[in-house]
Ligand binder design. Structure first.
Ligand SMILES: *Cc1c(COP(=O)(O)O)cnc(C)c1O
Length: 388
């Protein structure tokens, strides 16, 4: 059975009250600090670190476990761990596997705060951070040395949409016993299964499509068998608590994810195709388009596209002109994050290795929400007209 169908169909969270069994299709939202042991002997096992059950609220109770189990199944992982935000999931993964003297290779298109954490914090602990090309493949061999502990990837990058050649990277990493981690947020666990490609760890900002309503911050790390024990130990040590209600909302979001994602995907394709026909638009940067430089990789690894993409204008507009365009948008909100019901726009210029991306033009990133597609097109058309 399809894993997502299974997630929707086979849950039975039973409870009993007054002699009646209550069967619900949703888990309860369980909060608490104390968890009771059955007996003194179990408590002694816990003191010795040999008790395998849940011993305290910080480890997550039944709601957190229900979400983690669902993510683990969709990701084909060995264990999944919820964190209080996507960036927290990323930070904890970096902390769990690195130590002083290590070097981490990090792709140039990673989520900004990921790069910032590496540069500002990991370097304080004598961990060397080396940036590598966003579309890197076999050339990664040139970077390999004995100190490299981890390769941190993101495909497609959530601002500039490059995709790495994961087969080539996994092959190199496995030879040198390097841990591979990927931020998989863009495609959700429905359209992308990195662990199946041999990547060790997959991270999602569930804040985006999984929760889907821009009202929750949540992250999730899914680990393969090889690295599960080490990550479990780290997590049990830092006791990073994640709120039960947020996990409940994320699990609820997962159940409707396929339907929502399809709507985001279709609307985004329609708008992206329309943009290609607009006179003042130059490049539409969408991994699902043949013109995308890594479209061949996208076809190899992804089974669908989400609703986040970007475009550039033919002309390199001034900040003032971009401001006119952005401020004229009525349906697209100007705000960070994505994956929610409301359409959002962001305009930014990017540099890689000191070099301009797309000739230094602003990348207009669109998060296509769940509004009527035609209304969104009219909104963009209206703002384009202000540029003439
Ligand atoms: C938003 C985002 C994150 C961080 O998620 P938060 O839950 O907002 O902390 C990480 N990676 C990518 C690609 C993102 O877009």
């Amino acid at each position: 059975m399809d894993k997502h169908s299974k997630l929707i169909g086979l849950h039975d969270y039973s409870d009993s009250h007054g002699g009646y069994k209550i069967r619900t299709i949703n888990p309860k939202i369980q909060s608490g600090s104390t968890v009771l042991f059955e007996c003194y002997e179990d408590m002694q096992l816990s003191h010795q670190g040999q008790y395998s059950g849940v011993t305290y609220g910080t480890g997550g109770l039944s709601t957190q476990k229900a979400f983690e189990k669902a993510m683990c199944s969709l990701e084909n992982g060995h264990s999944s761990h919820a964190f209080s935000s996507g960036i927290n999931a990323i930070i904890n993964t970096l902390m769990a596997f690195t130590r002083s003297g290590d070097e981490v290779l990090i792709v140039d298109n990673v989520y900004g705060p990921t790069a910032r954490f590496c540069q500002k914090i990991l370097t304080k602990y004598n961990i060397k951070i080396t940036h590598i090309e966003s579309s890197i493949g076999a050339e990664i061999n040139e970077y390999i040395n004995d100190n490299i502990k981890m390769i941190f990837l993101e495909s497609p990058g959530s601002n500039t949409f490059e995709i790495q050649d994961l087969d080539a990277i996994v092959q190199t990493a496995k030879k040198s016993n390097i841990i591979t981690v990927i931020d998989s947020t863009w495609a959700t666990p429905l359209y992308f299964k990195p662990l199946g490609l041999g990547i060790d760890i997959s991270i999602h900002s569930a804040t985006k499509y999984i929760c889907g309503y821009s009202d929750v911050l949540l992250g999730c790390v899914t680990v393969n068998k090889k690295h599960s024990k080490e990550f479990d130990e780290y997590r049990n040590t830092v006791e990073n608590y994640t709120n039960a209600h947020d996990c409940y909302l994320a699990l609820r979001g997962l159940r409707s994810l396929r339907a929502r994602l399809k709507a985001h995907e279709q609307s985004a394709y329609e708008i992206a195709r329309w943009l290609e026909s607009v006179e003042i638009v130059d490049t539409v940067i969408h991994p699902g388009f043949e013109a995308h430089p890594q479209h061949h990789l996208w076809k190899r690894y992804f089974t669908g596209a989400s609703g986040l993409f970007a475009f550039t204008f033919k002309e390199k507009y001034s900040e003032q002109k971009i401001a006119i365009f952005m401020n004229s948008l009525e349906m697209f909100g100007l705000g960070y994050s994505w994956g929610g019901f409301k359409s959002l726009a962001k305009a930014k210029q990017y540099k890689r290795n000191g070099e301009d991306v797309h000739q230094g033009k602003h990348l207009i990133r669109l998060n296509i929400g769940l509004e009527n597609t035609q209304d969104l097109i009219e909104d963009l058309r209206g703002s384009f007209s202000k540029l003439n």
